[in-house]
Design a protein around this ligand. Structure first.
Ligand code: BDR
Ligand code: CA
Length: 315
């Protein structure tokens, strides 16, 4: 277990191209002690995203990483994936190695609960997929609330959506789970589309990635090109936003984002707006802030963190 200068982190994710970058940053950044990676259905079915998590750890030589599988559907039983962005495997674009590390025999929520109990210090939960596992953990083990330092999640938006006109993917897939997390009363940092759409993989990022050299950067580049192609096709964006590692960067280096403390609620009923996060940026409701919301990204600092992590892993 890491020293007191590091932040103990549980990463719950649905890899996914950008989740892959989140795993790599969490594993390699010296300020983070990555306790485990857990998976949740989201970008692909649970089997696919779990296999991808194992394959990513294998590819990057993260042999000691504990990986456990969690929910295969949203709290309401729904299933919604993103093959149009991430491909049929949820991580299309390059051949990945067969996983050489085992899947934990505990399920994600059991593993998270055990690691929270065992940690000497409160743990930060980073969530870069639908919040199903995190909400289930909070419901099942209210006694562990005091063991959670905060929950940092990629999801939501103070503006428009990317899955419906107003709903972001992770919240859209499991709005009830996001609602439970946002009403948990725990310290929360939301890294939504407002900030992650600033984490664009511009051509200079591709150049720097290639310049690192070696098998890992070249596989990452191929995967990122697939993801970029999908973003161009679906959203007409020439440079893809690499959402999920922004949440990890905000843990490793809090100054990488500028935030506001505001009230955030999840729309659960709206005929056209289910899954939207309603962010009271101008404090018009009078509601007390329940979340910190990242609004601005220090792009240079973010990409330095991400590319330094890849350089470390490529050695
Ligand atoms: C989020 O949705 C997923 O497709 C990405 O992995 C990211 O977590 C962006 O809306
Ligand atoms: Ca994700």
């Amino acid at each position: 277990m890491g020293d007191s200068a590091t932040v103990p982190v549980l990463l719950d994710c649905d890899p996914g191209h950008d989740d892959m970058f989140a795993i790599l940053l969490a594993a390699a950044h010296p300020a983070i002690d990555l306790l485990a990676v857990t998976t949740v259905a989201g970008n692909g079915p649970l089997e696919a995203v779990t296999r991808n998590a194992l394959a990513i750890c294998t590819l990057a030589g993260l042999d000691g990483t504990v990986v456990a599988a969690g929910a295969d559907r949203a709290l309401n039983g729904g299933r919604h994936t993103a093959p149009g962005i991430h491909g049929e495997s949820a991580l299309d674009g390059a051949a990945l190695p067969d996983p050489a590390i085992p899947l934990a025999d505990e399920d994600a929520v059991t593993l998270m609960a055990r690691l929270l109990e065992e940690s000497e210090r409160p743990v930060t939960i980073a969530a870069t997929g639908p919040l199903t596992n995190v909400a289930t953990l909070l419901d099942a083990r209210p006694d562990l609330r005091g063991r959670i330092e905060r929950i940092v999640f990629m999801g939501g938006s103070a503006g428009r959506g990317n899955t419906t006109p107003v709903a972001e993917f992770n919240v859209y897939v499991d709005p009830e789970a996001a609602d439970r997390v946002l009403r948990s009363g725990l310290p929360l940092l939301m890294c939504g589309l407002d900030v992650t759409h600033q984490a664009l993989a511009v051509p200079e990022v591709f150049r720097r990635l290639r310049a690192i050299g070696g098998a890992l950067p070249s596989t990452l580049e191929a995967l990122l090109r697939f993801y970029g192609g999908a973003y161009e096709k679906v959203f007409g964006m020439p440079d893809p936003p690499v959402h999920d590692p922004v949440a990890i960067a905000a843990i490793a280096d809090p100054d990488v984002v500028a935030c506001v403390d505001v009230a955030v609620t999840v729309e659960l009923k709206g005929e056209h707006t289910r899954g939207a996060t309603v962010v009271d940026l101008h404090r018009v409701t009078g509601a007390e802030p329940n979340a910190r919301v990242a609004m601005e990204l220090d792009r240079g600092r973010f990409w330095d963190l991400m590319l330094d992590a890849i350089t470390t892993l490529a050695r």
